[in-house]
Write a protein that binds this ligand. Sequence first.
Ligand SMILES: [Fe+2]
Length: 375
Amino acid sequence: MAGGTLRALFEHELKDLRAAEQQIIAALPQMIAEARSDDLKRALEHHLNRTRIHAERLDLILKQYDVAVAANAPSGIDGLVRAGQAMVAAHADGDVRDAAIIDAAQHVEHYEIAGYGCARTFARELEDDRSADLLQQTLDEEGDANKRLTQIAESGVNEAATGGLAEERGRPTRLKYVAASTLPSAETYREVNVRNRAGDDLGRVDGFVLDAANRPYYLVVDSGGLFAGGRYVLPIGKADLRRSDRLLVVDLDKDTLKRYPEFHPDAFKGLSDDEARRYEWRVLEAIDPKAARASTREWTYERFGWYGEPDWFDAGTIAPSAARSQTAPGQPRTPSRPAPATPAREPAERVVAREEAPGEEMPRERIRGRKDNLT
Ligand SMILES: [Fe+2]
């Protein structure tokens, strides 16, 4: 078909997409083999199966238009695939490799999303509803694949990659939120009510905020609507677990709770180090305004007893990753928090600068929600 018509452009796009899908089918097995995260492996395997179906859908449409595509036909995706392979090869060591695979895969997904979006629109313009429907199905699946990659990146892969960088600099990784329901010891924390010493019902256990070695710093409580923000955090040392009663007794009165900043796990993950410190300072300010104001320059967790690790918190069973735990399974934890590896220099993540938090509000949009950083 000669150029100059929308149909010619449509056929050109279909051929490019068909060649692209072929390249993706050829490239994905290596990415699957190289991925470390089980979630990432499964997502890529699933997408490889879907990609074969995408190619079949294109074949149906191409047959209808009597257009043939050679097995090794070029596509605009050629450069993206090569660049992605080079990126993964250049960052093949350590935890950053999965982040590189996701980066490469998302470049490819966006190319496909652009191509399928155009092809779908062209089909509609040409009043070929059947082809438009098939292309829309594939477009939706490419979008789903892209979103899934973002989820995987944000649920651990990026953090692990960041940890690698932090370790290179001799610093511990920043604090992370872990849902109690995802822990090996989930049953211990399932439907555990939270009450203060006056007997006020303050919600249920939701999760914990841990450091890279799974040391707890905060208990995360789901207030169940009692508190406008839904969830809030409490320094871990202010909570006492009574296992037989499925009750967590906390040292927190209702008036203090009203001053508490909200806690949103997704937003917390997206905070910069400075923003996270300022958020933590607001928690400190709510607990003890005097102590917060008296902190002339900075405070450390060690300065306040309420950040001490409680006896009931068992890292041997709670550690989501044995490789990251510093405690052998089944062995009791040292009740007090271990001293930093380099006591002469306080790790940046464990210091909250007073000057950065002069009582100002956190940017609400950062707390309430965040943008996808990869889509
Ligand atoms: Fe595809």
